[in-house]
Design a protein around this ligand. Structure first.
Ligand code: FAD
Length: 323
């Protein structure tokens, strides 16, 4: 028995969510008194691979291959499943990222495993039971699920578990898997980035604007605030529907689900469909001129005021603080 963790990279560098997921998998390995093996796919340098030891991996299986430089769902799932078989891993951990959401069910089929997607806490393992808390109904609720299968797949909600450093070092071993029929049935030919800013699902801080901002011409102050805080931009659905902002920024039930450490909502009412995608954020700050806006019910901090007065004051204060 062992625990296997899939480690995502972007352009050869591990993401922050990767270190979270390795720390989380380390804790599960410790719960079970077993070893933690990481699997990395793509073009990652030896030095970068070795950093996984710092977060608790004892060994890294490195699958390096030009054909696998870009994410290919079927092929990646085949490799992770083969790595799990090679290492007799009965628990496979990955991030509940875009790619993780595609991989987890495929791994469930390949390994005949129960899947807990969107885990937010470590499993509870008592009386031979394996229970885990996860998000449900697009983040509107939590569920405790019991995985009864011998093999188990857990995908971790980004920002739900802290990065923990250990004093371990990881050995790196090359690993290759022969491609199976269908592994490359659909491949990414080209990646066109819509922004050079921090990507929304990976962002620590997200600044989001709603219809209360009146029009696209008023996003300057939102962008300035985001730049000052190193934040990603998001918006409500009507804002992207109206073409004020790109659809890639739309968060919520029908948009991207995010869980940053800080979510600042400006001029957004807090409809249930919006909250479905943002309520797992660690700290929520709401700026709205209507004290009765539903968003205030889930806010950690609320400012009742006109965004056109409040946001410039916040910008000035941050600039003074940074000076
Ligand atoms: P509004 O509801 O119009 O709210 C604007 C807010 O701005 C108000 O609270 C107002 O008090 C405040 N305001 C106005 N002027 C100012 C000012 N000067 N300063 C400060 N505050 C001000 N919505 C999503 O966002 N994401 C989704 O994924 C999504 N999916 C949906 C799926 C379905 C099936 C349906 C039916 C709806 C969905 N919606 C979604 C739409 C959702 O129901 C709401 O209509 C939407 O979230 C409202 O957007 P808003 O808060 O920007 O606008």
């Amino acid at each position: 028995m062992s625990v296997l963790v899939y480690t995502e990279n972007a352009d050869g560098k591990f993401k922050k969510s990767t270190f979270e997921v390795v720390s989380y998998a380390r804790a599960i390995a410790d719960q079970n008194n077993t070893k933690l093996i990481a699997v990395s796919i793509g073009s990652v340098s030896a030095a970068e691979l070795a950093t996984l030891g710092k977060y608790g991996a004892e060994k890294v299986l490195n699958v390096s291959n030009e054909q696998l430089k870009n994410f290919v769902n079927q092929a990646y799932a085949s490799i992770i499943a083969e790595a799990a078989k090679k290492e007799s891993a009965d628990i496979v951990v990955l991030s509940n990222s875009f790619s993780g959401r595609g991989l987890a069910p495929r791994l469930g089929v390949k390994l005949e495993a129960g899947v807990a997607d969107g885990a937010v806490a470590l499993p509870e393992q008592t009386d031979g039971k394996f229970k885990i808390k996860k998000t449900a109904f697009s983040g509107k609720a939590f569920a405790i699920v019991e995985l009864t299968s011998a093999n188990k797949i857990i995908s971790l909600t980004p920002n739900a578990y802290k990065v923990v450093e250990t004093n371990k070092t990881a050995s790196v071993e090359d690993f290759s898997v022969e491609a199976k029929a269908g592994d490359f049935a659909a491949v990414i030919k080209e990646i066109v980035r819509s922004t050079d800013k921090v990507s929304l699902p990976d962002a620590d801080i997200v600044i989001s604007g709603g219809r209360g901002l009146k029009g696209p011409e008023n996003w300057g102050m939102v962008e300035e605030l985001a730049d000052l805080l190193g934040a990603a931009l998001a918006c409500s659905k009507p804002v992207s529907d109206a073409g004020w902002r790109p659809h890639s920024e739309h968060v919520g039930q029908t948009g991207i689900a995010i869980s940053p450490n800080l979510y600042i909502a400006i001029g957004i009412s807090g409809a249930i469909q919006h909250l479905a995608g943002v309520s797992s954020s660690k700290v929520i700050v709401v700026i709205n001129k209507d004290a009765e806006a539903p968003f205030f019910k889930v806010a950690d901090y609320g400012i009742v005021g006109d965004a056109f007065e409040v946001v410039p004051k916040i910008i000035t204060a941050i600039k003074q603080f940074k000076a």
